[in-house]
Design a protein around this ligand. Structure first.
Ligand SMILES: Cc1cc2nc3c(=O)[nH]c(=O)nc-3n(C[C@H](O)[C@H](O)[C@H](O)COP(=O)(O)O)c2cc1C
Length: 216
């Protein structure tokens, strides 16, 4: 375990992300770090979807479909390569902002900043655990159909604190907002995580989860 300063100064994106995946216990620490970011008004504007296994393929297909919509003449090989991008990491944590529009004290920019702080908390927690990360966005992060596939169209009715485990994306519902009107998720960002020095047995037990949404 390194000191906090070592962790911050030593952080860098991982050039490559590979197996084995972080253990469930490690993922819980990382997500807890993401739930513990500074947050004006305690609005908890972050939403996370953890993708593993089939969940990665769900994202990969959505990314490939987006590519096809953007470039109808794209070859099957290109579409397949885009689809497989989602498999470059054993785990992807998708982070989204669930904004309260027109909040009387907390402007939207501060809510988005809180989600950015949450992602950085997760990146640093992962680094502290010896797990590599790469923070990515790109076109899929801003596409409404990709968001919908991930259950991040966030006009649903799930309550804050609800935890939806290992279900397909269509079972995921967005949270009710605080003050103001809940809006679509803004700019999901992926944090792909990789364990660099894994305890092999724990890592093996981690093959099951597919899609998981958590909020707090
Ligand atoms: C919000 C956000 C989105 C990013 N999106 C991408 C991306 O889509 N592709 C990419 O190559 N780098 C992206 N980056 C930058 C990388 O995560 C990384 O920080 C950068 O390559 C610098 O490397 P370092 O993290 O080792 O300092 C993004 C960073 C942030 C903060």
């Amino acid at each position: 375990m390194t000191t906090t300063i070592d962790t911050i100064l030593g952080r860098a994106s991982a050039a490559r992300l590979g197996s084995p995946a972080p253990t469930r216990a490690q993922l819980e620490i990382i997500l807890s770090a993401g739930l513990n970011a500074p947050d004006h008004g305690r609005l908890r504007p972050w939403r996370y979807v953890v993708l593993q296994g089939d969940g990665l393929d769900l994202l990969g297909r959505a990314m490939s479909e987006l590519k096809q919509r953007q470039t109808p003449e794209a070859s099957a090989e290109v579409l397949d390569a885009v689809r497989m991008k989602a498999r470059r990491a054993p785990v992807i944590v998708v982070a989204a902002a669930h904004l309260v529009k027109g909040h009387r004290k907390v402007p939207e920019i501060e809510q988005i900043i809180a989600v950015g702080a949450a992602v950085e908390n997760m990146v640093l927690a992962a680094h502290s655990l010896g797990i590599g990360t790469m923070w990515k966005t790109g076109d899929p992060a801003y596409d409404s159909q990709v968001k919908q596939v991930l259950g991040l169209d966030l006009n649903g009715t799930a309550k804050d604190g609800e935890h939806l485990a290992a279900g397909p994306a269509e079972e995921s519902e967005g949270p009710a907002g605080g003050e103001g009107t809940p809006a679509d998720a803004e700019a999901p960002a992926e944090v792909a995580v990789e364990e660099t020095a894994p305890p092999a047995e724990e890592a093996k037990a981690e093959e099951t989860p597919t899609v998981e949404e958590t909020s707090s």
